[in-house]
Design a protein around this ligand. Structure first.
Ligand code: ADP
Ligand code: ADP
Length: 233
């Protein structure tokens, strides 16, 4: 029932092995946390799954098929949405425009919509997730980092992503905003999506994670489910 799988995946940049023999499974209704120090290979793993880099050995399966993405568009079209820490949204565009930026890429469930309809849908979807934004015409640049992450997550869910990859979503946030974002990660998980959470923060990982993969120098140093780990170790 895996949504996506890396099997013995390697990635070399010239003679630097950024990833070696990495196995990772993304299952529906689970948060797979990827932890590791700087240089461990976390960004490289994201880039492979999000279509920014191809891998150099092993196999990536998406919905059971072997895939090599050559663009972010291909990754998104096959149901993998990546939410980057800083680049989650276009800062100068309005909230509702941002919400629909993914539409052209994924060919969502509707045809051409007028602006009024798009705003209405955006408002409904955000409300459904408990995200309160009084003015959808405001540029998202003025929103908090937490709100931006939440909008990006809501958008990915609405446009039918099966897998959401989150790149250090709480790294730049305070305690309260982190809590809000972690809540939306749980909402995505409970909606049956497979979440890949890249983080430096073991506490955040432990709060929402079902599965933990620790990378060390490009290799999987630990692969454990929640019952197998405790915060004291
Ligand atoms: P992390 O995100 O965990 O910090 P990275 O995936 O960025 O790790 O890096 C993994 C390894 O690959 C590091 O040794 C890094 O220096 C190297 N690396 C990453 N990107 C490149 C690149 N474009 N060219 C050469 N080496 C790279
Ligand atoms: P891209 O994948 O688009 O090249 P990266 O973030 O991987 O973006 O890297 C940005 C730039 O920095 C690239 O030119 C890359 O080759 C270089 N780079 C990143 N990490 C390393 C590294 N550890 N060693 C050498 N070059 C690196």
């Amino acid at each position: 029932d895996a949504l996506a799988q890396l099997l013995d995946v390697g990635k070399a940049y010239g003679n630097v092995d950024a990833l070696r023999g990495v196995d990772l499974t993304v299952r529906p209704g689970e948060v797979t946390c990827v932890l590791g120090d700087n240089g461990a290979g976390k960004s490289t793993l994201i880039k492979i799954m999000s279509g920014l880099h191809d891998y150099t050995s092993g196999t990536m399966l998406v919905a059971g098929d072997e895939r090599h993405f050559s663009s972010p568009r291909q990754s998104l079209a096959s149901g993998i949405a990546t939410v980057y820490q800083d680049l989650a949204l276009a800062p100068l565009q309005s909230v509702w425009r941002n919400f629909f930026l993914g539409n052209e890429l994924t060919r969502g469930p509707f045809g051409v919509l007028d602006i009024k309809k798009m705003k209405a849908i955006c408002g409904e979807e955000l409300t459904k997730m408990g995200i309160v934004i009084p003015d959808l015409d405001r540029p998202v640049g003025g929103l908090s980092g937490g709100q931006k992450q939440c909008i990006a997550i809501a958008r990915a869910i609405y446009f039918g992503a099966k897998v959401i990859i989150l790149d250090e979503p709480t790294a730049a946030l305070g305690v309260k905003q982190s809590g809000v974002v972690l809540k939306y990660i749980q909402a995505a998980r409970d909606a049956g999506l497979g979440v890949v959470l890249i983080t430096h923060n073991p506490h955040h990982a432990y709060l929402v994670g079902n599965h933990f993969v620790v990378l060390k120098l490009g290799r999987v140093a630990l692969d454990a489910s929640k019952d197998e780990v405790s915060l004291d170790e």
